[in-house]
Design a protein around this ligand. Structure first.
Ligand code: ZN
Length: 201
């Protein structure tokens, strides 16, 4: 059976571990890297090493950062009255790209998932509860994913946070913009109906 040179094989195997990268893509990326000038290859390797070594989770919000607390936690232009709770650090980027949210964040670093052995204890909500107890938050926006796990996590959060006297909201889920009702599945239409908003003139 044909096999690539051992160092190339190793590179392909490492790339294949990345979620979403299959055997063919891993091969293509590996050959691309091999074709790079030496200094570009070194830059890529350094970028990976530096990112791994110098970033960590923010002690306040669990965002990925290289300073503690992270930039979002200390930004004086952001409001301290709203807290948006997301599952993963990269979810922050999706919300930030909209440019409409200017409050603080909290990253759960996961969601409830009995199948993956993540129950309420593994969610470690202590840090979040402390922030809500100490903070001036008037509203908590639960922005967990609209998946079974994300929904279960949202319901659990509501139960844990209901006695703190803060308003708890959930991101609306529904129809994709620019799409047609015909193409939406039942669950999406049901969620869209439940999350309908009033139209005002
Ligand atoms: Zn932070």
């Amino acid at each position: 059976m044909f096999e690539f040179a051992e160092p190339l094989n190793r590179l392909i195997e490492e790339l294949r571990r990345i979620p979403g990268i299959g055997a063919k893509t891993a091969q293509r990326i590996a050959f691309h890297i091999l074709g790079l000038p030496a200094e570009e290859g070194d830059r890529l390797a350094e970028a990976i090493r530096d990112a791994k070594r110098s970033v960590f989770y923010c002690s306040r919000c669990n965002n990925i950062t290289h300073v503690d607390p992270c930039a979002l936690c200390v930004d004086p232009s952001r409001g301290d009255d709203v807290l948006c709770v997301v599952e993963e650090p990269f979810n922050i980027a999706s919300i930030e790209r909209t440019g409409v949210y200017h409050g603080r964040y909290h990253v759960l670093l996961g969601a409830l998932s009995p199948l993956k052995g993540r129950g309420p204890d593994e969610l470690r909500l202590g840090k979040l509860v402390k922030r809500i107890e100490a903070g001036a938050f008037k509203e908590i926006i639960i922005a967990t994913n609209p998946t079974v796990e994300g929904e279960a996590t949202a319901l659990y959060l509501v139960r844990v946070l209901k006695d703190f006297g803060v308003r708890i909201t959930r991101l609306a889920v529904g129809l994709p913009v620019g799409s047609d009702l015909d193409f939406a599945d039942q669950v999406t239409i049901k969620k869209a109906l439940e999350g309908r908003t009033e139209l005002k003139d």
